[in-house]
Design a protein around this ligand. Sequence first.
Ligand code: F6P
Length: 469
Amino acid sequence: MATNGSADLVIVANRLPVDRAYDDDGTPSWRRSPGGLVSALEPVLRNNDGAWIGWPGGTETGLESFTEDGLRLIPVALSEDEIENFYEGFSNATLWPLYHDLVAKPEFHREWWDAYVVVNQRFAAAAAEVAAEGATVWVQDYQLQLVPQLLRELRPDLRIGFYLHIPFPPTELFSQLPWRRQILEGLLGADLIGFQLAGGAANFVRLVRQRVGHRTNRGLIDLPDGRRVRASNFPISIDSKGFEELARSESVELRAAEIRAALGNPERVFLGIDRLDYTKGIHARLRAFGELVADGTLDARRTVFVQVATPSRERVEQYRLLRDEIDRLVGRINGDLGRIGRPPIHYMHSSHPREEMAALYRMADIMVVTPFRDGMNLVAKEYVACRYDDDGALVLSEFAGAAQELRQAWLVNPYDINGVKSALMLAHDAEPRERTRRIRAMRKQVSEHDVSHWAQTFLSELADRPRQG
Ligand code: F6P
């Protein structure tokens, strides 16, 4: 097919790697949103005449493509209705809870699905327009699972990859989805489909066999038109070096000491940093900590818990309910157990720049990451990367993808409150030598498997896929 596109590598993601910012006089501009994905892909995009297609947030229309810091960005607009039905609805109130083990109940609404199809078509059309002949297009995440197939119909000459950042659920759960076959077929438009864990890839292959009837052999799926699709795991990571450098900077060290002093220089600081999401297990971990203070195992004069919860998807009902629940629990624990100037929990519902996150990681003795289900959990890896002093302790849910790599964490079942309490205490009481042994092994893993390694592995595997058609 003839194309006037010119990009040899196209990233298609729900969000652009920039946010809209407004000056005092209301003039809009773009501000980089520094995610690991951008830092990993930036060099590859620059070397390959690359482009990034995504939603800029909000409902602004008529935004032209633009170049920001040498990156070609192509905005895809969403209307107010589409934000409600595609983003808040089908993406975050159907797929998100369904793919996260039904931690919340997914809702199935036909008008949400219709919006999902329309928006996926828009992203596919934008990619078809910008991609050069024979280019590589890499589609990201659960919001865009129909794009591979839609794009292949428009541009059979392209090499198409897809990566799912969240878990891919067991067959029994996925099968509840009224549009399960369409989603499977949407994904099968890709040449290579990447998952965080081998289990997710296996779930997908099994579903394709059961529900679509294609022949499969381990991670390979043979389609009736002769195409062969591969499904495999590529655990995502972080910019480990970047985080370590930041952690080593003088300003971060000073800030870490300042935070600790502001907390009253306690003997031990526990830390949680999460998007305020019901999958993250924030409530359970604070309850466990509260019980340890209430029963006298921990002394609030000597120990504090700092919990940062980043605002997220605030118009979705389940997220609003969660916020109220956490507010109530923190209020109750601090009200019952706090003293003047000594609340056991310091709770912040706010976002923080990378520097502040690094300072928090530096000052915390015990990082607590207890999701009920999580694709990977990059906070756990960031904490490890920042502990260049070979000290610190990580309590980690066995249901986070990261648990498969960070085996030396204190692993917990977040549904087991007594188990969480014991793990918090084991990490709290661990001897320095034990902490060092564990964190050192995890640092090695995170520094050898960073986000560039992830991107390169996926892209080279995609490049090796035989030409289709
Ligand atoms: O973890 C999945 C994810 O979509 C991330 O890619 C993203 O940073 C986060 O959730 C927040 O998502 P949203 O775009 O809904 O704010």
